[in-house]
Design a protein around this ligand. Structure first.
Ligand SMILES: NC(=O)C1=CN([C@@H]2O[C@H](COP(=O)(O)OP(=O)(O)OC[C@H]3O[C@@H](n4cnc5c(N)ncnc54)[C@H](OP(=O)(O)O)[C@@H]3O)[C@@H](O)[C@H]2O)C=CC1
Ligand SMILES: O=C1O[C@H](COP(=O)(O)O)[C@@H](O)[C@H](O)[C@H]1O
Length: 500
């Protein structure tokens, strides 16, 4: 990891009038500014539409005040923002940008440090990176970093093409591929929970863990993103990136040191150990679903196929459940069950680590099994951990009952829990790429997911829509676990006890 010297940079945001910039990036930059984490900085917003710098500054102000939910004087902050109307395919635009960048660099003494943040549609990623080099924007005396949004390609082949393009302009260590789940507080906490607790690390293997479940459910449907989602589906949209990253963090070996290279290389070793499933076998390991109409918050919502810009006979999955096997010494035989989908019962991301049963039950009704010990990592909306144990019922004889030990981040600490994007921007500015995905991670996870999407694209799902909006997905997702003798732990019943 490059050690932070200072937080001085010129940040160019391509796509500065877009949804991501407005909802996430500007408010995150403001929070860094407010906390005094930015030394010398300026931002050039780049987009197609003609805007004056003053108009742009006003839109940044609106975005920040909306996110803050209150009035505040942020004039000093927005005075650091500049705007250029830009045609991403035109060298002339890049020449103008280069001149503007040089002028702002001199004005703010930014030491030639540049961050290029590509918050635009993915088809522009490669061409912009190439132009940045060919038009001289990357010829700087300071550092240059490229932050690139998802999706990083559509499959392994297209990801390779994109990677080749961007690597012509930036070295691997200068590329910051965003996975916003790696900015989430409790995703970052997985490593700490595992590697800083003597009570977990010795048990973190196939001798003591029976299965691990990762659920990332959403209540929202596809909304206005039908055009993109039709080419993506839940497998590419959520599994290839966010879910696979969580699997890697849960399964990796302890890194020798907490450096970027060591952490990433341990994650890559997990991806290399994935059991590659192909062809017919896919259906034994993975289940797909598409939402039908249903009730969400007592409101009737339409089926996926009736959403804007969605094919009336769409074969796109809005739900995936799967069993991932990691064929290495630590994890042989332990299923990692994953599920994610839109229009489900609740918005929740949770990890449940289910420990193996003890050999026999001495307490309560000995013929019955005790509740297994569970470690639940609550990623969102609540943040925390809960350990499910068995203990003696107060006043009873030797009857055992389930007790929960909870830690909730939503207490005092949560007041300052920073947004994922804030943390990721901060990491990028100080040159820490640990929580960004290395190309090898991207390539291995695409190779895994491509095997599944190839089969699903070739075979039409005859049973779509196969789950009701407002449910937890198709029946086949439950059967996937039932045939192994498990069941999905219901995410709503596992809520952490919030200490306010
Ligand atoms: N929105 C989100 O929450 C998330 C977005 N992402 C990713 O971030 C990226 C951006 O998404 P989002 O902000 O939603 O997209 P939007 O469609 O809201 O914004 C697109 C931006 O690109 C600009 N643009 C489009 N075409 C051109 C062009 N030819 N030349 C110059 N600028 C152009 C637009 O400028 P203008 O308005 O002037 O046309 C606008 O600023 C995508 O890759 C998306 O997958 C990832 C995770 C979450
Ligand atoms: O990357 C994406 O993530 C969101 C879910 O993110 P979360 O932080 O709200 O859990 C998902 O809605 C979107 O489809 C996907 O592109």
């Amino acid at each position: 990891m490059e050690q932070p010297k200072n937080m001085t940079s010129l940040i160019m945001i391509f796509g500065a009038t877009g949804d991501l910039a407005v909802r996430k990036l500007f408010p995150s930059l403001y929070r860094l500014f407010q906390k005094g984490k930015l030394d010398k900085f300026a931002v050039i917003g780049v987009a197609r539409r003609p805007l004056t710098t003053e108009e742009f500054q006003n839109s940044v102000k609106d975005s920040v005040l909306t996110a803050l939910g209150k009035k505040e004087n942020i004039d000093e902050f927005i005075s650091h923002f500049y705007y250029q109307s830009h045609d991403v395919a035109d060298s002339g635009s890049y020449q103008n940008l280069k001149n503007l960048a040089q002028q702002i660099d001199d004005q703010y003494d930014l030491e030639g440090n540049r961050i290029f943040y590509l918050a635009m549609a993915p088809e522009f990623f490669g061409p912009i990176a190439l132009h940045l080099k060919s038009d001289g924007l990357t010829d700087v005396k300071g550092y240059k970093r490229l932050v690139i949004e998802k999706p990083f390609g559509h499959d392994l082949e297209s990801a390779k093409v994109l990677n080749t393009q961007i690597r012509q302009a930036f070295s691997e260590s200068e590329v910051y591929r965003i996975d916003h789940y790696l900015g989430k507080e409790m995703v970052r906490n997985i490593e700490v929970i595992r590697f800083a607790n003597a009570i977990f690390e010795p048990l973190w293997n196939n001798r003591y863990i029976s299965n691990i479940q990762i659920t990332s459910s959403e209540v929202l449907g596809v909304e206005e993103r039908g055009r993109y989602y039709e080419t993506s589906g839940a497998l590419r949209d959520m599994v290839q990136n966010h879910i696979m990253q969580m699997v890697a963090l849960l399964a990796m070996e302890p890194p020798i040191k907490l450096t970027t290279d060591e952490v990433r290389s341990e994650k890559v070793r997990v991806f290399r150990s994935l059991r590659m499933i192909k062809g017919e076998t896919i259906n034994k390991y993975f289940v797909r679903g598409q939402y039908g109409a249903g009730l969400i918050d007592e409101q009737q919502v339409p089926e996926y196929r009736a959403e804007p810009m969605v094919d009336k006979e769409s074969n796109t999955e809005t739900f995936v459940a799967g069993k991932i096997m990691i064929d290495n010494f630590r994890w042989a035989g332990v299923p990692f069950y994953i599920r994610t989908g839109k229009r489900m019962t609740t918005k929740s991301t949770k990890i449940v680590v289910q420990f193996k049963d003890i050999p026999m039950n001495l307490y309560y009704q000995p013929e019955k099994l005790l509740n297994p010990n569970l470690l639940v990592i609550h990623i969102q909306p609540e943040e925390g951990i809960t350990l499910h144990l068995n203990a003696k019922k107060a006043g009873g004889h030797l009857d055992a009952q389930e007790v929960k030990l909870s830690f909730a981040n939503t207490g005092i600490h949560a007041m300052n829990t920073p947004e994922g994007y804030e943390k990721l921007l901060y990491d990028c500015m100080r040159g820490d790429a640990t929580n960004f995905t290395h190309w090898d991670e991207v390539a291995y996870s695409w190779a895994f997911v491509d095997n599944i999407s190839e089969v699903w694209e070739k075979t039409k799902a005859e049973d779509y829509p196969n789950y009701e909006s407002g449910s937890m997905g198709p029946k086949a997702a439950d059967e996937l676990l039932e045939k192994d003798g498990f069941f999905w732990w219901p995410v709503t019943d596992l809520d952490v006890d919030i200490c306010k």
